[in-house]
Design a binder for this molecule. Structure first.
Ligand code: AMP
Ligand code: GLY
Length: 423
């Protein structure tokens, strides 16, 4: 079988590595992939948002199955376009990917079907939003409706910050047309949990839970990023909470999408906050999380390719989805300056004995050398019997990597470790 993986980051590298365990796969093509994957996949120089280019490549190269990993091509209808030429693909249709593509859609869906989430208002007029904010409870959360590279959420701790956020999103169009509509919602508090779940539109099988670290600096300081590190499982996510989420959130969401004629197949990401009033949905993503995938897939004991095919065929109920009881930690090594300005082109050396645990997010491979090429550059994962050993193992691997321009957080997993010790 020839499999095409659309996307190019650490998440895609983790997916590719796991797919390689399936013996029926002979070739994996990564589109565009990145230089750090050169040993694991054939790299294809086509952009992940170029739907026509992806379809053309898949057709000309007799691709048997495609995995569409990032949000943009999913929201643009990449799975629909591949299906139209007879190529099965993992991921939701454009109609279902709207659950991430539009926050107004997802909030209205949760309201209509009674799925617990923060209270909210939708605005298409900046003046009305500015008027509302004069008396709204503070802190408040302002979200651009559309995709905004993970930066479209602003938490305002004062009314002035809220006004500034509305002006920059709606009037100055900081995120382009993604800010034509905004959601203003209640500020929630509690530990955050990411739960990725496989679904074929009817059956939903959650993966092991995880905890992301979104801020750039230690102690949750600094700017929001795509994610600076993860651990799995998330100790706050107890079995009792998992049962409650299944009953009140996961199944109702899958059912709601079906009722809306937007049946969701693929991986649905539930961003949850465990508030004192119970778990609530902070966001849905229509895809695997990055860097959640880099800790979740290494713990998967079942065959990823079989599960993916079961989500496309509608046979997930009969397919085993089993995780080990171990712990995993992933530390992201980013370029100094990320998530703002940074420089590329630093030579990196990864010792061969740890290479299998490094998921490369942004690198170029030239003259048999690897050079940094992105904000998030490497994800360094370690799996162990305890959370503490997983964290220590990941950091000891980080120290073995030569990458002069790197910065990373030193406290990935610290909060989770505290929670385990409190138990
Ligand atoms: P998102 O881009 O939707 O993942 O949101 C980024 C981060 O903003 C989340 O991981 C939360 O930490 C935070 N956030 C989003 N919505 C809320 C909310 N209603 N209350 C508190 N924090 C929030
Ligand atoms: N790590 C958060 C995300 O993938 O959206």
């Amino acid at each position: 079988m020839k499999v095409l993986v659309v996307g190019g980051g650490g998440r895609e590298h983790a997916i590719i590595r796991k797919l390689k365990e399936n013996k029926s796969i002979e070739e994996i093509h990564a589109l565009p992939g990145n230089g750090g994957m050169h040993r694991d996949a054939k790299l294809i120089n086509v952009g992940a948002k170029d739907i026509d280019g992806i379809v053309k490549y898949a057709k000309e190269n007799q691709i048997d199955y495609a995995v569409v990993a990032p949000d943009d091509p999913l929201v643009l209808g990449c799975v629909n376009a591949l299906n139209e030429i007879g190529i099965p693909a993992f991921g939701p249709s454009k109609e279902a990917a709207i659950i991430e593509g539009s926050k107004v859609f997802s909030k209205n869906l949760m309201k209509k079907y009674g799925i617990p989430t923060a209270k909210y208002q939708v605005f298409s007029d900046a003046n009305e939003a500015l008027e509302y904010i004069k008396t709204a409870p503070i802190p408040t959360v302002i979200k651009a409706d559309g995709l905004a590279l993970g930066k479209g959420v602003i938490i305002a701790f004062t009314r002035e910050e809220a006004e500034e956020a509305i002006n920059s999103v709606m009037n100055d169009k900081k995120f382009g047309s993604s800010g034509d509509n905004i959601v203003i919602e209640e500020f929630l508090e509690g530990p955050e949990v990411s739960v990725l779940a496989f679904t074929d539109g009817n059956c939903v099988k959650p993966m092991v839970s995880s905890m992301d670290h979104k801020r750039a600096l230690d102690g949750d300081k600094g700017l929001n990023t795509g994610g600076m590190g993860t651990v799995a499982p998330n100790p706050y996510y107890t079995e009792k909470i998992a049962e409650e989420c299944m009953e009140k959130i996961f199944i109702p969401t899958i059912e709601a999408m079906k009722k809306e004629n937007r049946e969701f197949r693929g991986c649905l990401y539930f961003g949850l906050m465990l508030t004192k009033d119970g778990p609530k949905v902070i966001e849905y993503n229509c895809r695997f999380g990055d860097p959640e995938t880099q800790v979740v897939l290494p713990l998967l004991e079942s065959d990823l390719f079989e599960i993916m095919q079961a989500t496309t065929n509608g046979t997930l109920a009969d397919c085993e989805v089993k995780f080990s009881n171990k712990n995993a930690c992933c530390v992201i090594m980013a370029s100094k300056g990320y998530p703002e300005k940074y420089q590329n082109g630093y030579e990196m050396e990864i010792p061969s004995d740890i290479e299998k645990d490094i998921y490369v997010a942004g690198a170029k491979y030239e003259n048999e050398k690897l050079y940094s090429n992105g904000g998030r550059v490497l994800g360094v994962t370690h799996v162990a019997n305890t959370l503490k050993d997983a964290i220590d193992g990941a950091y000891s691997k980080v120290k073995k990597i030569k990458f002069d321009n790197a910065f990373y957080r030193h406290d990935i997993g610290a909060r989770a470790l505290m929670a385990t010790e409190e138990k």
